[in-house]
Ligand binder design. Sequence first.
Ligand code: HEC
Length: 201
Amino acid sequence: MSFRKLIVLTPAALLACAADAPYDPLEDYVEVEATTVLDAPPASPGRYAPQYAEQVERGEYLVELLGCGACHTDGALLGAPEPGLSLAGSRTGIAWSNPLGERNPGVVYPSNITSDVETGIGGWSDREIANAIRFGAGRHGTGGIRVMPWPGYARMTDDDVDAMVAYLRSIEPVRHRVPDNVEPGRRATEPFVYFGIYQSR
Ligand code: HEC
């Protein structure tokens, strides 16, 4: 008798259990192993004079530490940086206005900061590069560069910023064109991410 009772109760007990089980998102989603720590590409010895080796090394250390590649490397924003495109710009943009609040947000595409003259910063002067890093100045000194956290770099010493410029010049130029930035109200045709902060009402 008692055996029979057990058989009858078990399915009902299981159902009750399932209804109470906490939501487990991993039943709906698979976890992707994202790469978020990026090595800065190595300096090319032929691209700087030996007496600058220490400065270039410090620049590499700073670029790695400050995570410049997290934005400036293709695929990095998606957790899958393209190995040959370190610091060569991102074809995935970053929206700087909220795509949930307006149909066509403004989008910037982190630039190619290798020394390729046509698609990178090879044609920029040292001062122009330094001013972009510390003051968010565009090539012609205009406007604050959007999204890049340059206000956090503004107090960097001259020595540190010079080291970063020396390092950026010492890596191999990579020809890689990123999409043009998109002004709000225009439709972006290339992909972009958006980082927003939300709070329950
Ligand atoms: C959060 C993302 C982000 C990070 C981190 C970041 N940048 Fe940028 N950076 C950008 C974007 C976006 C632009 C281009 C903005 C534009 O085109 O208006 C840019 C532009 C630049 C430019 C100007 C080049 C050009 O062609 O416009 C330089 C130089 C630069 N970044 C260097 C650096 C360095 C060096 C670091 C690390 C210390 C760094 N960035 C970190 C997003 C970032």
